[in-house]
Design a protein around this ligand. Structure first.
Ligand SMILES: NC(=O)c1ccc[n+]([C@@H]2O[C@H](COP(=O)([O-])OP(=O)(O)OC[C@H]3O[C@@H](n4cnc5c(N)ncnc54)[C@H](OP(=O)(O)O)[C@@H]3O)[C@@H](O)[C@H]2O)c1
Length: 235
């Protein structure tokens, strides 16, 4: 990945940050983008380039790629799960729109504005998730967004070819997203899931980063979804 130019939207935390650090260690030129200036400042202290963007805002996404210069790979790991887990009858439409704006239309906006600056043979990679494949109650909109991302990638893999478009779909992975999802019950919830999984534990961000890296490296892979879930879809 030496001298490869990579931009990761959502790369200021969790698995996006793990991927950014891994790419940096391989000599890539890596920019992470997100909303929180504190998170971006922390990322910049590790040698990463940073850019502020709200992936739900088209003007900001357009400006991000106007300023980025040519890129080899773009990855989207952004998700905001605030207000995303509610019973259907209590789910406000505005929450549903907010989830879709970041998790589904965000990657679509990124594809729209990144495509003109992606090098031939470059790639776009989105992040789906286990909620689409082993749904639990109260996650209807997130499940729908995750389920739609492989279809979006297959469609764009045809439309944007030879740019490759793929999806990585994680199972439960110990990242800061669980502080929002479970608060103080985080370790208890992750521990209970670990006991159910064939892998016997939840995932580490670095393991999902490995999957992204495999997708970025493989020039013959497009329109594909790679599951990294410790066997979650089997149980
Ligand atoms: N961890 C899991 O167990 C798990 C399971 C299945 C799927 N996933 C998926 O994996 C991906 C990465 O999750 P993670 O666990 O690494 O989460 P994380 O640690 O919370 O990181 C999410 C990143 O997205 C950014 N972000 C959120 N809203 C954004 C917006 N509107 N515009 C730009 N950036 C935004 C966040 O930064 P700011 O808040 O500063 O913007 C942060 O950098 C997500 O798509 C998630 O749905 C995770």
């Amino acid at each position: 990945m030496k001298n490869t130019r990579v931009l990761i939207v959502g790369g200021s935390s969790g698995m996006g940050l793990a991927l950014a650090e891994r790419l940096l260690s391989e000599g890539a030129e890596v920019t992470v983008a997100g909303r929180s200036r504190d998170r971006l400042a922390a990322a910049s202290r590790t040698g990463l380039r940073t850019a502020r963007v709200d992936v739900a805002d088209e003007a900001e996404v357009r400006a991000l790629f106007h300023a980025s210069g040519e890129l080899d790979h773009v990855v989207v790991t952004a998700a905001d799960v605030t207000g995303a887990y509610l019973p259907l009858g209590e789910f406000p439409l505005e929450n549903a729109r907010a989830v879709l704006a970041v998790k589904l239309l965000g990657p679509w906006l990124v594809a729209k504005h990144a495509a003109p600056v992606l090098a031939p043979g470059g790639s776009l990679t989105f992040t789906s998730g286990i909620a689409a494949y082993r749904p639990s109650p109260n996650s209807s909109v997130l499940a729908a967004a995750n389920g739609a991302l492989p279809a979006l990638a297959r469609s764009l893999a045809v439309e944007l070819a030879p740019i490759r478009v793929n999806v990585v779909s994680p199972g439960w992975v110990d990242t800061p997203i669980w502080d929002t999802l479970a608060g103080p019950a985080k370790h208890e919830r992750l521990g209970a899931m670990a006991a159910r999984l064939p892998a016997g534990r939840v995932g580490r961000p670095e393991e999902v980063a490995e999957a992204f890296l495999a997708v970025l490296r493989n020039g013959f892979l497009t329109g594909e979804t790679l599951h990294v879930d410790g066997g979650h879809r089997l149980v």
